[in-house]
Design a protein around this ligand. Structure first.
Ligand code: 2HG
Ligand code: ZN
Length: 415
């Protein structure tokens, strides 16, 4: 398949100036995987084979079109897991995950793909294959070229194979779903949690009461705790269930006694764990039933995270249906979503550039984990200086002089 991709580029795309839109599971949220004008879709769907797995090192080599959930299932049989997990796991492709540097629900524990991806095979715009698929934990020979392609959204090359470091499957997983009265208490609970759970903490997610209302009303899920302004989902992954449960119970006793948390439920069995995760993972889906959705994926200093939601709510007043905040609190990543009965240009004008200016004021990022794609490329300057954007444009011009790789995405045009 890699050969087909490279022959395609050599004989058609590059020679005939045909633009290409690489596409995996097409689950991105910023329009990076959809063609804009007349680009040809290059699907990775048939590149879906595991090439090798080393059960001593935990290093997996696979083709770009492998579905994330299938890889995880394959690894679980061998007592390993993928280092990333996200709501779209059932259809997103690993190549697309790497091309967008997807973050997701396990980043707090296993870090970003920039650390766990050890090698890549990439087909360049001129049809040559860049084989940087080394299966090594350490390799300091020259520039780390794979980093250029991670998060470049298919604008510099088409990722055809990935080498990734996979952790052991944890022997014990516990989940706590908690109700909390204020955002400052969420933050204090987080510091307490890091202190008391230490190395077994694997996720710290939050959602506000409006998110809860949406998943309850649109998806018919049930709230397992009493109504609260905020909810926290804490996951532990460790190697000793008795030890982990004891730690979690001590932590819960502490946060309940101090009033940081007002109600909660704990899950240790798979079924309840999945039910509780669904409340957080399916917010995106619930939002789509609420109307037109304006989506923002923001990194901020964690203590400022929810102020953006409050300020946006005040600014938009009744012109928005719902302004909700949720996300990967442990990573300082807020998902601010605004719904309205239908798309409205005046509402968009009230939201942008307000959200971007607010984010820039606190030195945040206007795309924490979803990329810039087609929708956000013009706002890159809120998070990057012009010298950096210029250098990015120079890289693009060098690797794709004819502009045939996922054009109109990620960067504003240089002219
Ligand atoms: O829909 C969104 O805004 C966020 C989607 C995803 O990154 C999540 O964390 O659920
Ligand atoms: Zn997310």
């Amino acid at each position: 398949m890699t050969m087909c991709t490279c022959v395609w580029f050599k004989q058609y795309s590059n020679e005939r100036n045909l633009a290409v839109n690489p596409q995996g599971g097409n689950t991105g949220l910023v329009g990076g995987s959809v063609p804009v004008f007349d680009e040809i879709i290059l699907s990775t769907a048939l590149m879906n084979q595991v090439i090798s797995f080393d059960s001593v090192s935990g290093i997996l080599v696979c083709q770009a079109g492998c579905i994330l959930e299938n890889l995880n299932r394959y690894l679980e049989e061998l007592d390993f897991i993928m280092p990333l997990d996200l709501g779209a796991k059932g259809s997103c492709h690993i190549g697309g995950n790497v091309a967008t540097n997807a973050g997701g629900l396990r980043l707090l524990r296993y870090g970003s793909l920039r650390g766990t991806v050890l090698g890549l095979e990439v087909v360049l715009a001129n049809g040559s294959v860049l084989n940087c698929l080394a299966s090594l934990r350490k390799d300091n020979t020259g520039y780390d070229l794979k980093q250029l392609f991670i998060g470049s959204e298919g604008t510099l090359g088409v990722i055809t194979a990935v080498c990734i470091l996979c952790p052991r499957k944890p022997m014990a997983v516990n989940l706590a779903f908690l109700g909390c009265q204020s955002f400052s208490q969420i933050l204090e609970t987080f510091t307490t949690c890091k202190r008391m759970l230490g190395e077994i903490l694997s996720a710290y997610e939050f959602m506000d009461d409006r998110c809860m209302k949406l998943v309850v009303s649109h998806l018919k899920l049930s709230n397992p705790v009493t109504e609260s302004p905020f909810f926290i989902l804490i996951e532990t992954s460790g190697s000793n269930s008795t030890h982990d449960q004891e730690k979690l119970n001590n932590f819960l006793e502490c946060v309940m006694a101090s009033g940081l948390v007002t109600d909660g439920t704990v899950a240790t069995d798979d079924k309840k764990i999945k039910t509780l995760w669904a409340l957080r993972e399916r917010i995106t889906e619930a939002l789509t039933y609420d109307g037109y959705v304006f989506k923002y994926d923001i990194s901020l200093p964690v203590e400022k995270l929810y102020d953006l939601v409050i300020d946006t709510r005040v600014r938009l007043g009744r012109s928005a249906k719902n302004v909700v905040g949720y996300g990967h609190l442990g990573d300082g990543n807020l998902h601010l979503n605004i719904t309205a009965e239908s798309y409205s240009h005046s509402l968009l004008d009230a939201i942008e550039p307000f959200v971007y200016e607010w984010t820039a004021k606190y030195s945040g990022s206007i795309s924490a984990e979803h990329g810039l794609g087609f929708k956000k490329k013009h706002y890159i300057q809120y998070s990057k200086p012009w010298e950096a954007v210029l250098l990015m444009q120079q890289f693009k011009a060098m690797l794709d002089p004819k502009g045939i790789l996922n054009p109109y995405k990620t960067l504003p045009s240089s002219s």
